[in-house]
Write a protein that binds this ligand. Structure first.
Ligand code: CP
Ligand code: NVA
Length: 304
């Protein structure tokens, strides 16, 4: 029977596979910069199911599949039967019978778990309320390109214990680094996930203590998609959790700054933070393309 490889969280990859995908992403990036046409997947189709907004994820997956010689289908829940309550099981069976690989951005993580269970092709998590593993492939590629191996380094996550924070916890486990998390009380990441990774994850209430001795500082919006009505309350809770050049100066001198974007200047970052010499945010955004091409190549080849 055909073995199907899904990518629902980073724990679906071994450390070796994660590193191979990063190395391959760097190769694919160099090939593209050199103008080389590499189209190993003619006539392959990627279905992209979006139940939340996106700029980077949509453009990177759609452009990536086109560059591979294949085709990508944008499926919004507003226009498909998924948005009208067709069961996930039926949708997964039907959609996967017609395409070669599926990417889903949705709310409840369980939805992609259920979809994957009934899919005959690989399923990629393109963000759920709980995880955003594709972003971590790009972030880890970016760290590798600028500073080399992240093993044994210290990363500080600043802000909400959200989907990105959870994926950083998983990355710390797979790639073996220390993770400090600076967040206000009441906004901690999932307690079971923290408990499972207690030897490498430490929670701080003071941003200054957290960033001390760090090699990478990462943050994200204070209110994620689906939490818009909490925006005002969160602005108050997170007021002491802004990343700015003064905060960066407390980290190691060669520390990098990352943000998955979109960013809210004046909230989780200062107006000038993206222009700080430590910021590699736009390399990070571009790497979504290369990292996800490497991921799709890996999943398609492994699932043959
Ligand atoms: N970082 C990220 O996933 O961006 P989009 O929401 O624009 O896809
Ligand atoms: N935590 C953010 C990430 C956006 C890419 C959200 O879920 O909205």
């Amino acid at each position: 029977m055909k073995q199907i490889r899904h990518f629902l969280t980073l724990l679906d990859l071994s450390k070796t596979e994660f590193q191979q995908i990063i190395e391959r992403a760097i190769e694919l990036k160099a090939m593209r910069k050199a103008g080389e046409i590499y189209a190993p997947f003619p006539h392959k189709v990627l279905a992209m199911i979006f139940e939340k907004s996106s700029t980077r994820t949509r453009v990177s997956f759609e452009a990536g599949m086109a560059q591979f010689g294949g085709h990508a289908l944008f499926l919004s829940s507003r226009d498909t039967q998924l948005g009208r309550g067709e069961p996930i099981e039926d949708s997964a069976k039907v959609i996967s019978s017609m395409v070669d690989i599926v990417m889903i951005r949705t709310f409840a993580h369980q939805k992609i778990v259920d979809f994957a269970k009934h899919s005959s092709v690989p399923v990629i998590n393109a963000l759920t309320d709980d995880y955003h593993p594709c972003q971590l492939l790009a972030d880890m590629q970016t760290y590798w390109e600028h500073r080399g191996n992240i093993q044994g380094k210290t990363v500080t996550w600043v802000g909400d214990g959200n989907n990105m924070c959870h994926s950083y916890i998983n990355a710390a486990k797979v790639l073996d680094f220390q993770l400090n998390i600076a967040c206000p009380e009441g906004y901690d990441p999932d307690s079971d996930l923290v408990a499972k990774n207690a030897e490498r994850v430490t929670i701080f209430r003071d941003i200054k203590d957290a960033v001390h001795n760090s090699d990478l500082i990462v943050t994200d919006v204070w209110a994620s998609m689906g939490q818009e009505e909490e925006q005002k309350a969160r602005e108050k809770s997170f007021v002491n959790f802004q990343v700015n050049p003064a905060v960066m100066s407390l980290a190691n001198t060669d520390a990098l700054f990352m943000h998955c974007l979109p960013a809210h200047r004046g909230e989780e970052i200062s107006e000038n933070m993206l222009d700080d010499p430590s910021s590699v945010v736009f390399d990070e955004a571009e790497n979504r393309l290369h990292a996800q091409k490497a991921l799709m190549e890996f999943l398609l080849n492994a699932s043959q």
